[in-house]
Design a protein. Sequence first.
Length: 186
Amino acid sequence: MNEMLYEIDQFEDALKTLIWSVRKRNETSILEKIYTQRHELLVWKNLLIPIKELKMGIEEINLNEVSTGDIFKTTCKRIERAVELLNEYEHELDSIINLEEVISSHRGNEIMKTLTVITTIFTPVMAFGALWGMNFKHMPELEWKFGYIMSVILIGVSTILLYGFLKFNGWTGDLLRGKKKGSFFK
C-alpha cells in the first residue's frame, strides 16, 4: 500500500500540472493528456479492487489475530485513503472534461457565428456577381456611362448597410476582437 500511495501521489502531481495546462494552453494535445490521465485513474481503481476484496475477506472470516492487529488497521486506513483519493481525482477529471466540453462548444459556436456573419456580409457581392454574370442580350446597365461605378457603389453600400445592421443588433459579438491569451472565452 505504501508503494501504491506513493504512485498515487505522482498521479496527483501530474493531475495538478494538467489542470493548469487547461488554462494556459487549451488545445487537442491537452485533451489527449486529460484522457490519458482518465485511463491511468481507471487502471489505479482497477488495481485497488483486489486489495479491497482481500480486506473485506479478512474482515468477513473474522480472523481475530489479524483483524485486530495494528498492521491490519494501518493497512485498512491506507486502503481507505487510496480509495478516497482516487474518487476525488475522478471528480477533478470529470470537472476538467466538463470544462473542456464547455470551452470547445463555445469556440465552435464562435466559429459558426463568424462564418455566418462573413457569409451574410458577402451575400450582396455574390448576388450582384451572379446577376451580372448571366448572359442576357438586354442588360441596360452595360450601356450606362457610369454603370460600373454605380454597381461598385451599390455593392459597397449594401454590404456596409448589412454589416451595420448586424453590428447594431449585436450579432457580430466580439468577432473582431479575438481571444486574449490565458482566457477561456475572451
